[in-house]
Design a protein around this ligand. Structure first.
Ligand code: MN
Length: 247
């Protein structure tokens, strides 16, 4: 039975992306990793799509190991615990996770923090790749040039948002309900899908600026982490998310 259900979800994930997206901005963002969930036991930690050391030297192996196996895992564990306490009984897939984010004002602070943490990190891993960086192509490239005048200007606006977050949070590139690009940030583990967020949109690029994401290698030098991170950005994935969001 378990296998059947999982196969069903996997198949649904493969065929469902297009039709789900039509139902609203943001739906289906994390479809490609939804086969990693285990509906019987709540949400589970998706595998990293590359090795722990694959993003060296921009992001060191030990940071990736702790960040994924300990920090992200803790968000997943605590999300399941918080949802169990409110008798949440839906299928724990990535659509459900997006749905919780969009209606997060109706949940506890524990759900807000940990659903955000699970969503943000699940997305973050896919937005990086070994030997990434370079430039986006196609529609995303045009949109970046028309909104920010150049890729360099976009990168400095985004980096400025990341540098200026006080304490812990995330910097984002989002597609708004008007289909336009904008950059912004959210505190803690909030994200732009959340109904309580001041900065809203469909996230297509995000940067974790919690100290746990960079402190071992960069200590207090957050700007150095941010500039090194551009070398591992997975623009193919960002472009894919952009085309889905503007459809
Ligand atoms: Mn993190």
């Amino acid at each position: 039975m378990k296998t059947t259900r999982r196969n069903f979800l996997h198949t649904a994930a493969l065929v469902g992306a297009g039709s789900m997206l039509a139902s609203g901005a943001g739906a289906g963002l994390l479809k490609k990793i939804s086969s990693d969930v285990n509906p019987e036991n709540g949400f589970s930690l998706p595998s990293l799509p590359y090795g722990y050391d694959a993003l060296e030297p921009s992001i060191d192996k030990q940071t990736m190991e702790l960040h994924h196996d300990k920090h992200h895992q803790a968000y997943v564990t605590n999300l399941n615990k918080a949802l169990h306490e409110v008798n949440w009984n839906k299928t724990a897939d990535m659509n459900a996770l997006e749905d919780i984010c969009k209606k997060v004002s109706g949940y506890s602070t524990a759900v807000r923090n940990n659903a955000g943490g699970h969503f943000n990190h699940s997305l973050f891993w896919t937005l990086m790749k070994p030997a990434g960086g370079g430039s986006p192509t196609g529609g995303l490239s045009d949109a970046i040039n028309s909104t920010f005048t150049s890729l360099e200007n976009f990168k400095s606006s985004f980096s400025d948002k990341a540098k200026s977050v006080f304490g812990s949070g995330w910097a984002w590139l989002v597609v708004g309900s008007d289909k336009k690009l904008s950059v912004g940030s959210t505190p803690n583990q909030d994200n732009p899908l959340m109904d309580i967020s001041e900065f809203k949109g469909t996230p297509i690029l995000g940067l974790d600026i919690w100290e746990h994401a960079y402190y071992l290698k960069y200590q207090n030098k957050r700007p150095d982490y941010i500039s090194a991170w551009w070398n591992v950005v997975n623009w193919d994935e960002v472009s894919r998310l952009y085309s889905l969001a503007v459809k």
